[in-house]
Write a protein of this length. Sequence first.
Length: 392
Amino acid sequence: MAQEELTTLPVGRLGLVPLESCKSLGQKVDEWLVQWRKEREHSESDSFAFEGYKRDSYTIKVQNPRFGSGEGKCVITESVRGDDIYILVDVCNYNISYPIGRFTNLMSPDDHYQDLKRVIAAIGGKARRVNVIMPYLYEGRQSKRIGRESLDCATSLHELINMGVENIITFDAHDPQIQNATPLHGFETVQPSYQFIKALLKNEHGLHIDNEHFMIISPDEGSMSRAIYLANILGVDMGMYYKRLDYSKNIGGRHPIAAYEFLGPNVAGKDMILIDDMISSGDTILKIASLLKERGAGRIYLCSTFGLFTDNLKKFDEAYAAGVFDKLLTTNMVYQSEELLAKPYYISCDMSKYIALIIDTLNHDMSVSHLLNPVDRIKRCVNNYMAQYDQK
């Protein structure tokens, strides 16, 4: 962090509460914070305002025991009075279970969200400020109402605000307009564009990031803004696919897809990033990748903030073996299985340093706008890569 960002005092003693669902990511974030603050000097570092500023760990341990009925509670193991608390939760972690009598139940997003509320309730208003870092926004796909249905995302945000949460930090929200549900409180949706580009250029060689050799593709209308943003920064063309529906038929309450239509320039011979906010089953993004290959596309890189892989990885193995795509990039902000990490085509984008930067900046009550707009960092990364390639 730049020295000028230390002109303010900390809001309070920093406290990091990674829930079990976010344990490994929280540990990495904690290590970054410990490293930076041990190296950092401030003119008022001896004052009472910096009490507890340099510590061996900022993690506050919490326990989430459950009764035999499956009901849970939260116990905080130390005082958090006056602290600036940051709670990390991964609502998509399906690798955690709990007993209900003689049965074992896998934790659902609802269970993780309930544990988050238990932590806030255990804090009981004693902390100076409570901030929630929820990379995958709970119920983010149910962000707008169509007909007689629940509006779950907005409802959950209101619940958190009413419990005293000051700031909510999420990443690549499915619909960024959901922030309109909490107009009087802090809500940030952060794009991991820089981490995607950095990881791709670190692992791939011989790419030409220019308009003649590279493109950004959106697999549907929903990811248009992501693709346009990245294409503008890189100075390359973008294209998109949209689904043409057959409105004369209704199968299972939905109109079937008649065809996938492409809008954009010629893709033949060009390498490209196929970008989306999440990969659920993976059917759509693999279908689009195969259609691009039919059009003569070069190397295809699948980039998605959240790799949920709700079916399995078999279809990705088959697609990779068939040459449908070259690399798959997702972040470590949701649970990653050992099987996924071992795949030869997989690249994990570590977000711990970025999250630590956001926490460190907010703890000093400074603006995070320079962190949310990575244009300069992306351009510098690409220029360094191209300069290195040109020298070779």
